[in-house]
Write a protein of this length. Structure first.
Length: 257
């Protein structure tokens, strides 16, 4: 560390990882308004925050698989906080959002644009509802950022038409509900087909169409929206590659053979 530089705190690093999850890989630069906003919040330069995000990229396994190294100066504390976050997707996203709200002197409800009318006014039920909404928002932001707001099946780039779909269903794997490697950016039609098992994604990231649809070659709509996609590569995310084990689960237990 250079003379005069101050050490990063655990809270600052958690906020930095929170932002890392929400930004496309190609936008980890010091002119990004979101990076400037965080830098002002924690009293650091935008360049320092951007560099820290690139440090985290060097710790991201999905980038390592693709040969993207990021910066090579991640500290021991960087690695510790990264691993804590990466191994606790069911806990740290919500905790990091509460921390961010605290730094901004607001509430997690306001930060995540949750209308008061949608919540019970007191008790555990309210807290549970807030946590679900915050987690859903975090997951969607992380997935769309990873895929650069692009449907992995069709290439559609209109965010309003995209959902953050789960590979291993929400109801099946509580621990990985918020794990970005258990998500894909996908349009609503193909998300429903994926959820219902009419399409799947193989461990080598190819689209596979269910035989029940392949039989419907006489249907122009099925041909256009599904059959033409069979065996094509998905559009890969810039970070948080879909976990192969989750894809294998979907292939084996969700896909309609």
């Amino acid at each position: 560390m250079k003379t005069g530089q101050k050490l990063w705190t655990r809270e600052e690093l958690i906020l930095a990882i929170n932002l890392y999850c929400k930004l496309p890989f190609g936008r980890l630069h010091n002119s990004n308004p979101e990076i400037i906003k965080l830098s002002n919040l924690i009293n650091r330069t935008a360049s320092a925050v951007a560099y820290k995000l690139v440090n985290f990229a060097s710790l991201d396994p999905s980038l390592q698989v693709r040969g993207i190294k990021g910066a090579a100066n991640a500290s021991k504390l960087d690695a510790e906080i990264w691993n804590e976050f990466y191994n606790n997707w069911n806990l740290l996203p919500y905790e990091s959002e509460k921390l961010l709200a605290n730094f901004q002197h607001t509430t997690v409800e306001i930060l995540n644009h949750i209308p008061e009318t949608e919540l019970h006014r007191e008790g555990l039920t309210r807290e549970q509802l807030v946590k679900v909404r915050v987690n859903q928002s975090f997951f969607r932001s992380s997935i769309l950022a990873s895929y650069n707001n692009t449907c992995c099946i069709t290439g559609i780039t209109q965010p309003e038409l995209l959902v953050a779909g789960h590979i291993k269903p929400w109801s099946v794997d509580e621990k990985n509900r918020l794990n970005p490697q258990n998500g894909i950016a996908i349009n609503a039609l193909h998300d429903k087909a994926f959820e219902s098992g009419f399409i799947t994604i193989t461990p080598d990231y190819k689209i596979k169409i269910s035989p029940s649809l392949l039989k419907q070659k006489e249907s122009r709509s099925i041909e256009d929206y599904f059959l033409k996609l069979d065996n094509k590569d998905i559009i890969l995310p810039s970070k948080f590659l879909p976990d192969i084990e989750f894809l294998k689960y979907h292939n084996e237990f969700r896909f309609r053979f």
